[in-house]
Design a protein around this ligand. Structure first.
Ligand code: NDP
Ligand code: MG
Length: 384
C-alpha cells in the first residue's frame, strides 16, 4: 500500500489523480489533500477519500471549511501549513499538482523530508532546476514525472545508457492556433485560448499551450530533469498527440512512447512505478488513426519558444525570470488587461532588462522571480 498526499487535489491533475487512485483501493491510500481556496470540491473529496490531513492555503477558505469536517482531520492553512502537510511521516509519496511557482516551496520541503515526488508542476523545475536536482540527488529522492512528454522520455530512457543519447524529440500538439496565421493572433479572446483541441487542463497551462510557452517550459523541464544538453532537445509539432515524445540514440535507433491522449495514463504509471497496472481506458485503434503528422515549430508565430531557448542557454536566474514574467503576463491576459499577442513581448522586455546571476542560490532565484513579476506589470501598464 502506498500512502499518498496530493497537493492541488482540486485541480485538473489532482482530480485525475484521484480518479486513478479510486480504481486501486488496495494499492493506494490517501493521507493528505490540499487546495488553494476551492473548498467545495475539496469537501467532496474529503468525504470520499477520508484523508487524515488537509491543507487550504487561503486562510479564509480554511476557516470556512473547518466546521464542516470531522475534528479527527488535522487542518493546516497557509503556506507554512502546506509544508507541514508535506512533512507528515505517514506519507510515502507526494503528488505535486499545484500550478505555478507556488509549487516550489512544497517541492523543496518534500525533498528535505525524503518523500518520493510525483511531479506534475513544471514551473518549480524551470525556476530552480539545478538546485532541485542537486538536492534530490544528494538525498536520493526520486522525482517521477507526470507531464506526458516527460513521462514518455523517462520511460524511453529507462534502462538505457544516457551517454549514448543523440536527441530528444519533445512533441507538441501545436495548441488551438496551430493553423492560424500570425496576423490572426490579434484580438484572440480568453474563451478561444481556453479551448484546447487535445487536452482539458487548468487555465494557466491552457494559455501556455496556446502561446506554446508550455513547450518552452518543457524544454527547460527536460534539460533539468534528465540532465541533457539544450542542443539535443528538439521540438516536434505532432497534432494527433499520440506520440508523447521520443529519444534517439547514437546508433540511429529511436524509441517512442505512444498512448491515448489522457493524463490518467502517465499519472497511473507514475503512481504504480515500477509496476504496470491495467487501465479501463480504451487503447489506440491504429486502424482508425490513419495518420501521424509532424511539423516544424514556427518560432516566428510563437516567439515564446525562442524566449524559452534563450533563457535555457543563458541559464542562471534567466529561467526563473522567464517563468515569472510569463505567469504575470498570463494572469494579466486572463484578467482582460493584456492582449494575447502581447504576452511574448512583455516577457522579452523583462528578459532584456534582467541582470543575470550565473550561479544563483535560492534567495537569488526568489528575488529574480519577484523582480520579474513587478517588471512585467510595469511593462503591461506601459503597453496599456
Ligand atoms: P489547475 O489550475 O487545474 O489546478 C491547480 C491546483 O493547485 C488547484 O488544486 C489549486 O487550488 C492549487 N493551487 C494553485 N495555486 C496554489 C498555491 N499557490 N498554493 C497552493 N495550492 C495552489 O492546474 P492543472 O491541474 O492544470 O496543472 C497543475 C500543474 O501540472 C501545472 O504546473 C501544470 O503545468 C502541470 N501539468 C498539467 C497538465 C494538465 O493536463 N492539466 C499536464 C501536464 C502538466 P484551487 O482549486 O483551490 O484553486
Ligand atoms: Mg506536457
Amino acid at each position: 500500500m502506498k500512502n499518498i498526499t496530493i497537493l492541488g487535489s482540486t485541480g485538473s491533475i489532482g482530480q485525475n489523480t484521484l480518479q486513478v487512485i479510486k480504481q486501486f483501493p488496495d494499492r493506494f491510500s490517501i493521507v493528505g489533500l490540499s487546495a488553494n481556496s476551492n473548498i467545495d470540491i475539496l469537501y467532496q473529496q474529503i468525504k470520499e477519500f477520508h484523508p487524515r490531513f488537509v491543507c487550504v492555503r487561503d486562510q479564509k477558505a480554511a476557516v470556512n471549511l473547518k466546521p464542516k469536517i470531522s475534528p479527527k482531520i488535522k487542518l493546516f492553512m497557509g503556506e507554512d501549513g502546506l509544508e507541514e502537510l508535506v512533512g507528515q511521516k505517514r506519507t510515502d509519496e507526494i503528488v505535486l499538482a499545484i500550478s505555478g511557482s507556488g509549487g516550489l516551496p512544497p517541492l523543496l520541503k518534500a525533498i528535505e523530508s525524503e518523500k518520493t515526488i510525483i511531479l506534475a508542476n513544471k514551473e518549480a523545475l524551470v525556476m530552480a532546476g539545478s538546485i532541485i536536482m542537486n538536492k534530490s540527488g544528494k538525498k536520493k529522492v526520486k522525482i517521477i514525472p507526470i507531464d506526458s512528454e516527460q513521462s514518455a522520455i523517462w520511460q524511453c530512457l529507462d534502462g538505457q545508457d544516457k551517454e549514448r543519447l543523440k536527441n530528444i524529440y519533445l512533441t507538441a500538439s501545436g495548441g488551438p492556433f496551430r493553423e492560424k496565421n500570425k496576423k490572426d493572433l490579434q484580438n484572440i479572446s480568453i474563451a478561444q485560448v481556453l479551448r484546447h483541441p487535445k487536452w482539458k487542463m487548468g487555465k494557466k497551462i491552457s494559455v501556455d499551450s496556446a502561446t506554446l510557452m508550455n513547450k518552452g517550459l518543457e524544454v527547460l523541464e527536460t534539460m533539468f530533469l534528465f540532465d541533457v544538453e539544450l542542443d539535443k532537445i528538439k521540438i516536434l509539432i505532432h497534432p494527433q498527440a499520440i506520440i508523447h515524445s521520443m529519444v534517439e540514440f547514437i546508433d540511429g535507433v529511436i524509441l517512442a512512447q505512444l498512448s491515448v491522449t489522457d493524463m490518467r495514463i502517465p499519472i497511473q504509471y507514475a503512481l504504480s512505478y515500477p509496476e504496470r497496472l491495467p487501465t479501463a481506458l480504451p487503447g489506440i485503434d491504429f486502424f482508425k488513426l490513419k495518420e501521424l503528422k509532424f511539423e516544424k515549430p514556427d518560432f516566428k508565430k510563437f516567439p515564446c519558444l525562442a524566449l524559452a531557448y534563450r533563457a535555457a542557454s543563458e541559464a542562471g536566474t534567466m529561467p526563473a525570470v522567464l517563468n515569472a514574467a510569463n505567469e504575470a503576463s498570463v494572469d494579466e491576459f486572463l484578467k482582460g488587461r493584456l492582449e494575447f499577442i502581447s504576452i511574448p513581448e512583455v516577457i522579452e522586455r523583462v528578459l532584456n532588462r534582467h541582470k543575470n546571476i550565473k550561479q544563483p542560490g535560492l534567495g537569488d532565484i526568489l528575488e529574480a522571480d519577484n523582480w520579474a513579476r513587478e517588471e512585467a506589470l510595469r511593462v503591461v501598464n506601459r503597453l496599456g
